[in-house]
Design a protein around this ligand. Structure first.
Ligand SMILES: Nc1ncnc2c1ncn2[C@@H]1O[C@H](COP(=O)(O)OP(=O)(O)OP(=O)(O)O)[C@@H](O)[C@H]1O
Length: 589
């Protein structure tokens, strides 16, 4: 019902004039058949009376009527398209708003929500035409009713003929609903197939796909996923279409009886010749009208289904916001006094049995540079997501100078932290924008951008670019300058450096694509910045030679804190850190 209300109101809310035109065109177009049938009846009356002038006038009426309806249809075609595009744009903007601004990452990482978002991404083209389809559906329904009235004026009982079409509509609706459920059931598989398709056909994975000869394997798995998904949908379709066929047969029998009754009434003189001709002409359109009603019902349901998924995403986003954003948020401090304290923090991803973080207790003092180390899958990235508020803990809390992070408005907290990730987004804009986006308020301040680039060691990159800050980056969306992995990382690091004196600076392997010397330099650079600024810097790294210079080293193991200390104390303790350091030193030092 919500989806229907949304589809009916989004047209006038987006563009009132075009919506009115669409309503007019939909009604006129559907009236063509009825109008012609009535004119045909009048023509037969005139012919039977031998009225040449009447015939000529009616012929003129037919011509004008046809030109009017066809002309309206052609002129209205572009109005309809334009309105659909406007609605589509409006919906896409709202979708970006909702998905791009939810406080946590659940919409991307929790499958019960990410599947709905995937349905909207895949079927969003169906939402734009929803209003248009509804209007055409209404026009088709009105045409069917008008036909029934005309037939009933010959044989009254024929008023019920459209009722015989109801089972066909209901059966089709139920079949489509079942299809929708099957499509939703298949979403995890189609999503995986989509991922395999992207792997096989996009540039970034292109090297590995070729080097490892993965194309056949990807194609096989892609096909396997589609086949499994398609099998369930096809089986559901087949079973659901049996009632549709039976309902259709029922209607055809009723229709044949109706024609016989009308012809009999004409022969018996119960109705005028013109009326019988018009009614029979109209009855010949009933199957077409029902067919168009069914087709329009199918497409309208597709539109409403996509609209429903869109509204679900919107509602989930609003629910999340209500649950996560405090009504009276606490003020985020402008400077850290004590630091960040983590108490009994645990977190489990929705699709996993085991928690990824368990009972984490940590003290991260203001001004400290903390290295977070541990083997793959230990929970480092999950922990920094919790610190940046991208997920909510299942248990425990994070205290910022004694205030629970959950008490802050997420946007306020994020405005006071900065993050650089190991797999940064390639923002294909000019260098000025790709860096400046790190602090929107200062995106037009070249001094600030140049300073951020210097902090991230991007001087050489800048010098190598022909148009300096105005150089367009990236080759996917435009013919810009292609950058290496390390250069993209430098741009992302500079973006993170746009935020000065943050309370928390998270560097999640920001030097994974940089050489050891560059990493060492970058680390010292951040350490020199952080200590006087008084914020906490958390550096996730696998290079323990870099970690050794940190004020505090936290070793995570299987979601727990295994050890905390400085390089010296941990080396002496002879635990996991000492073992990992020895192993790395053997190869790299
Ligand atoms: N989005 C996710 N959904 C489900 N499980 C996840 C997700 N992200 C991480 N995990 C799981 O959580 C655990 C911790 O992963 P995390 O990425 O935090 O480890 P990490 O220490 O950062 O690893 P690495 O050094 O490889 O980057 C792993 O078992 C991982 O499989």
């Amino acid at each position: 019902m919500d989806a229907l209300r949304f589809a009916l109101t989004i047209g006038p809310r987006t563009d009132r004039v075009r919506s009115l035109l669409v309503v007019a065109v939909a009604l006129l177009e559907q009236a063509t058949g009825i109008g012609l049938a009535v004119l045909l009846g009048l023509l037969s009356e005139a012919a039977s009376r031998g009225s040449t002038s009447g015939l000529a006038a009616l012929a003129l009426c037919v011509a004008v009527f046809v030109m009017l309806t066809q002309g309206t249809f052609i002129a209205g075609y572009f109005t309809r398209l334009r309105l659909q595009e406007e609605i589509q744009n409006e919906v896409e903007r709202r979708f970006v708003d909702v998905v791009g601004t939810t406080p946590t990452l659940e919409v991307h990482e929790r499958s019960s929500r990410s599947d709905k978002a995937a349905v909207v991404r895949g079927a969003r083209g169906e939402i734009g035409p929803a209003f248009d389809r509804l209007m055409w559906l209404a026009g088709a329904a009105l045409a069917l009713i008008a036909s029934a009235v005309l037939m009933a004026s010959v044989v009254p009982v024929l008023a019920v003929l459209p009722l015989f079409a109801v089972p066909t509509v209901l059966a089709t609706r139920s079949a489509d609903r079942k299809r929708g459920q099957a499509v939703r059931r298949a979403t995890p598989r189609t999503r995986l197939a989509g991922h395999l398709f992207t792997l096989a056909t996009t540039a970034a994975p292109g090297r590995e796909v070729r080097l490892f000869g993965l194309a056949d394997e990807l194609r096989r798995r892609h096909r396997e996923e589609w086949d499994l998904a398609g099998r369930d949908i096809a089986r559901t379709d087949l079973l659901a279409r049996v009632p549709v066929a039976l309902a259709w047969l029922f209607f055809v029998l009723a229709y044949a009886t109706a024609v016989v009754l009308m012809v009999r009434a004409g022969l018996a003189g119960d109705a005028s010749l013109g009326l019988v001709v018009a009614a029979v002409a109209v009855s010949s359109q009933i199957t077409g009208q029902v067919q168009s009603l069914l087709t329009l019902t199918f497409w309208t349901l597709e539109s409403l289904r996509a609209t429903r998924a869109f509204l679900d995403v919107v509602e989930d986003g609003a629910e999340e916001r209500a649950a996560v954003v405090p009504a009276g948020p606490a003020t985020v401090p402008s400077r850290l006094d004590g630091g960040i304290r983590v108490e009994g923090l645990s977190f489990r991803y929705w699709n996993r049995d085991r928690p990824s973080l368990r009972d984490i207790d940590l003290e991260l003092p203001a001004g400290a540079v903390v290295a977070l180390v541990g083997e793959n899958g230990a929970g480092k990235s999950t922990f920094v997501k919790m610190l940046s508020g991208l997920h909510r803990p299942n248990a425990g809390r994070i205290l910022v100078d004694g205030t629970d992070l959950a008490q802050f408005a997420p946007e306020e907290w994020r405005a006071r932290i900065t993050v650089a990730f190991q797999d940064p987004v390639h923002i294909e804009m000019t260098l000025r924008d790709a860096v400046g986006l790190g602090r929107l308020e200062h995106r037009d301040d070249p001094e600030r951008i140049l300073r951020a680039l210097r902090t991230a060691g991007g001087d050489r990159l800048l010098a190598s670019l022909p148009e300096g800050l105005d150089t367009r980056l990236g080759r996917k969306s435009w013919d810009g300058k292609g950058l290496s992995g390390g250069q993209w990382q430098t741009v992302a690091n500079a973006r993170a450096a746009m935020r000065q004196a943050p309370l928390l600076r998270i560097l999640d392997e920001p030097s994974a694509s940089l050489d050891a010397r560059a990493e060492e330099w970058l680390f010292r650079q951040y350490a020199d910045l952080s200590r006087p600024e008084g914020g906490v810097t958390v550096l996730v790294t696998h290079r323990l030679t870099t970690a050794r210079a940190a004020d505090l080293i936290v070793v995570l193991d299987d979601g727990r804190v295994a050890e905390v200390g400085t390089h010296d104390t941990l080396s002496r303790a002879g635990g996991l850190y000492a073992e990992l350091f020895r192993l790395q030193a053997r190869y790299f030092v």
